[in-house]
Ligand binder design. Structure first.
Ligand SMILES: [Zn+2]
Length: 383
């Protein structure tokens, strides 16, 4: 009988964390079942089962909560709280998301510099040198000195359609699908990995089961095409659409772990050795959702406590007073017809933008009582 050997390894993935570390949505002081502090407890549990697991963040990490905003605008001392957290959790790599450019290149480059792990983005290149602008495009990891795993990082190339030009100055965004074709072939030829993983900050343009287009095929999301048009990809981690999904398209295992740290994505891979080469015997993708039984990790919260407390104080600081109480029973009708809240906001918006036309949306049904103070938290979440 031929000699066979088996191995298994675990890949964990987060995506679209959008600055959620503490278990809060910042609207109230209520505990929410989300954020990296809660995921940390789940990551630790998985690491007990597989100490060599690979942990990857798939982008949109640095923007999305008052904590992120407060750090950039009011207190940039020390390492960025999201980077401190990922460093502490021992992430192996991260991929750039479109929102990671929202505070400009200085903040982003500092975050990349302070990271204890590489940021992979093969298709965001320096316009002058034509080389990946944020360091290595892919990562090779050896599992127990045996099987070789390659992880290629890619980002939706639609960033110039959304971002302020000054914030992406000197960068060229290559079509993610064509970059994937080039790099997967190169990695296959040069590195000869046993497992080929793509971590792509982009989503699915087609239904994974029916193949029907779910949006205009603009190129913003190309994960389905990556599964059907590329040779030799085993796992495709996706994001950007904030969906919770696991599936398989054309033999490629796909996963998307939602947003805001609501879930941890997990891929378990079994390998078997045949004639001195490792082959994939089985791949399974799953999502581990946070819930009320998962306790947030104390160490993670301690690490970022100073920034979190300053953010909460900033959110609760009174910045104005309500003279006319304008109850907001129904945000939809307040947006469609005259309402004192909108009448108050619209002229400010016209002034600030120096335009002749404005529109706005009321996001909550709560409104401060007459005579009460308005806080930054009210402004952020009412409007
Ligand atoms: Zn996102």
């Amino acid at each position: 009988m031929a000699h066979t050997d088996t191995q298994s390894f675990t890949l964990l993935c987060t995506s679209d964390i959008h600055g959620h570390i503490y278990p809060t949505d910042y609207q109230s002081r209520q505990i929410k079942h989300l954020g990296l502090a809660k995921l940390a407890a789940m990551i630790r549990q998985e690491r007990e089962r597989d100490p060599q697991l690979l942990l990857i963040d798939n982008g949109d990490l640095l923007q999305g909560t008052p904590l992120m905003h407060h750090f950039v605008k009011y207190n940039r001392s020390g390492i960025h709280p999201a980077i401190m957290t990922l460093n502490h959790l021992g992430y192996n790599a991260a991929v750039l998301g479109n929102h990671d450019f929202n505070y400009g290149l200085e903040i982003l480059r500092q975050a990349v510099h302070d990271s204890a792990f590489p940021w992979l983005s093969a298709n965001i290149i320096d316009s002058r040198t034509r080389q990946p602008a944020f360091g290595q495009p892919y990562l090779i990891r050896q599992i127990r000195q045996e099987a070789k795993v390659a992880i290629l990082g890619l980002t939706t190339h639609f960033i110039p359609q959304w971002e302020i030009p000054e914030f992406i100055h000197g960068l060229t965004f290559i079509d993610a699908l064509s970059a994937a074709k080039k790099w997967v072939e190169l990695i296959r030829n040069v590195e000869k990995p046993d497992v080929m993983i793509i971590s792509y900050h982009g989503g699915l343009e087609r239904d994974p089961d029916t193949g029907e287009a779910v949006e205009a095929l603009s190129g913003e999301n190309q994960a389905y095409a990556m599964c059907t048009e590329l040779e030799g990809v085993d796992v495709l981690l996706t994001g950007h659409q904030h969906q919770l999904l696991t599936d398989e398209v054309n033999g490629v295992t796909i996963l998307q772990p939602g947003c805001n740290g609501l879930a941890l994505g997990k891929v378990s891979i079994q390998l078997v050795k045949r004639k001195e080469a490792w082959m994939i015997a089985q791949k399974t993708a799953s999502l581990i959702l946070t819930n009320e039984t998962v306790q947030p990790d104390i160490q993670i919260m301690k690490l970022t406590e100073r920034h979190e407390q300053q953010t909460q104080v900033w959110l609760d600081r009174p910045i104005g007073e309500v003279f006319d109480h304008a109850p907001l029973q129904d945000p939809l009708s307040a947006g469609l017809s005259d309402h004192p809240f909108m009448d108050d906001m619209s002229p400010d918006q016209l002034d600030a933008t120096a335009s002749g036309l404005t529109r706005g949306a009321v996001l909550t049904s709560d409104s401060p009582e007459s005579g009460s103070s308005v806080t930054m938290r009210d402004i952020i979440f009412d409007y």
